[in-house]
Design a protein around this ligand. Structure first.
Ligand code: NAP
Length: 249
C-alpha cells in the first residue's frame, strides 16, 4: 500500500516525548518529511531526529518555545527555508498545572493558557502564509476530552483546550475557501509521561470506566492525525475527533 503522507511536509510541536513523539514516528513511517520542536528535552529531540532520518525521510528538530510569538515566527520561517514547503501543522505542545480554582495562582493560569492556547495562535498564524500561497494545508490541534466536558481540578487546562476548539472552528471557516483545513483531536486518557506520574490505582479505575477497557496509546492519537493530515480527510474540516475509547459516549 502506498504511504498516506508521501510527498507531505509536517511540522509537529512538542515531539520530544509522549503523543508528539508518536505522531512524528508514525508520520515518518507514512512517508512524511518531519520538522518537529522540543523545549527542555534536548537529548531526546536529537535522538528523535536520528530515528526519523533512519526511516528514510527528511527530518529536523528545532529547539523552540511554541508559546513565544517571535520564536514561532522564526521557527516556521526556518522550516520553510529548510524543507521548501509546509503542508501539515500539528499543534501538540501542551502542559498541565492542575489545581482547584482556589489554589490556582495567576501565574499558573497565565502559563497554561500561554503554552496550550496562545501557542496554537502563534504557530497557525505563522504557518498560514505558506499554506495560503500554495492553497493547500491541514492544521491539526490537540485539544482534549477535558476541553469538551470540563474536569474538576483542571479549570485552567479545560479552558485552554476548549479555547482550542473555538479557534479551530473559526480557522476552518476563515481558510476553507483556500483549501486549508483545520481540525481538532480530543484525546481521552492516553498513557504517556504526563499520566505516568498518577497513582496506579486511579489509573486502573480510569481504564475500567472506558468502554474499550484500556488507556489509549500515542499511536492511537497519531493514526487519527495521519487521517487528518492526509487526503483521506480531504472533505473534513472544523471537526473535533474524540480519540478516547468511547469515554465521552
Ligand atoms: P507530554 O508527554 O508532557 O509531552 C509534552 C511535549 O510538549 C513535550 O515534548 C514538551 O517538550 C513539549 N512542550 C511543552 N511546552 C512546550 C513549549 N512551550 N514549546 C514547545 N514544546 C513544548 O504530553 P502528552 O501527554 O504527550 O500531551 C501532548 C498533547 O496532547 C498536549 O497538548 C496535551 O494537552 C494533549 N492531551 C494529552 C492527553 C493525555 O492523556 N496524555 C489527553 C488529552 C490531551 P520538552 O519535553 O522538550 O520540554
Amino acid at each position: 500500500m502506498s504511504k498516506l503522507l508521501a510527498g507531505k511536509t509536517a511540522l509537529i510541536t512538542g515531539a520530544s516525548r509522549g503523543i508528539g513523539y508518536s505522531i512524528a514516528k508514525v508520520f515518518a513511517q507514512q512517508g512524511a518529511d518531519v520538522a518537529f520542536t522540543y523545549l527542555s528535552s534536548v537529548e531526546k529531540g536529537q535522538a528523535l531526529e536520528a530515528e526519523l532520518l533512519a526511516l528514510g525521510v527528511k527530518a529536523k528538530g528545532y529547539k523552540s518555545d511554541a508559546s513565544n510569538y517571535n520564536e514561532a515566527e522564526k521557527l516556521v520561517a526556518d522550516v520553510v527555508a529548510d524543507f521548501g514547503t509546509l503542508h501539515i501543522l500539528v499543534n501538540n505542545a501542551g502542559i498541565t498545572k492542575d489545581n482547584l480554582l482556589m489554589r490556582i495562582t495567576e501565574e499558573s493560569w497565565d502559563e497554561v493558557i500561554r503554552v496550550n492556547l496562545k501557542s496554537v495562535f502563534n504557530l497557525t498564524k505563522a504557518a498560514q502564509r505558506t499554506m495560503l500561497k500554495q492553497r493547500l494545508g491541514s492544521i491539526i490541534n490537540l485539544s482534549s476530552v477535558v476541553g469538551v466536558k470540563g474536569n474538576a481540578g483542571q479549570s485552567n487546562y479545560a479552558a485552554s483546550k476548549a479555547g482550542i476548539i473555538g479557534f479551530t472552528k473559526s480557522i476552518a471557516l476563515e481558510l476553507g475557501s483556500r483549501n486549508i483545513r483545520c481540525n481538532a483531536i480530543a484525546p481521552g486518557f492516553i498513557e504517556t509521561e504526563m499520566t505516568g506520574a498518577l497513582d496506579p490505582k486511579t489509573v486502573e479505575q480510569w481504564r475500567e470506566q472506558i468502554p474499550l477497557k484500556r488507556g489509549g496509546t500515542g499511536e492511537d492519537v497519531a493514526n487519527a492525525c495521519v487521517f487528518l493530515g492526509s487526503e483521506m480527510s480531504a472533505y473534513v474540516t472544523g471537526q473535533v475527533i474524540n480519540v478516547d475509547g468511547g469515554m465521552l459516549t
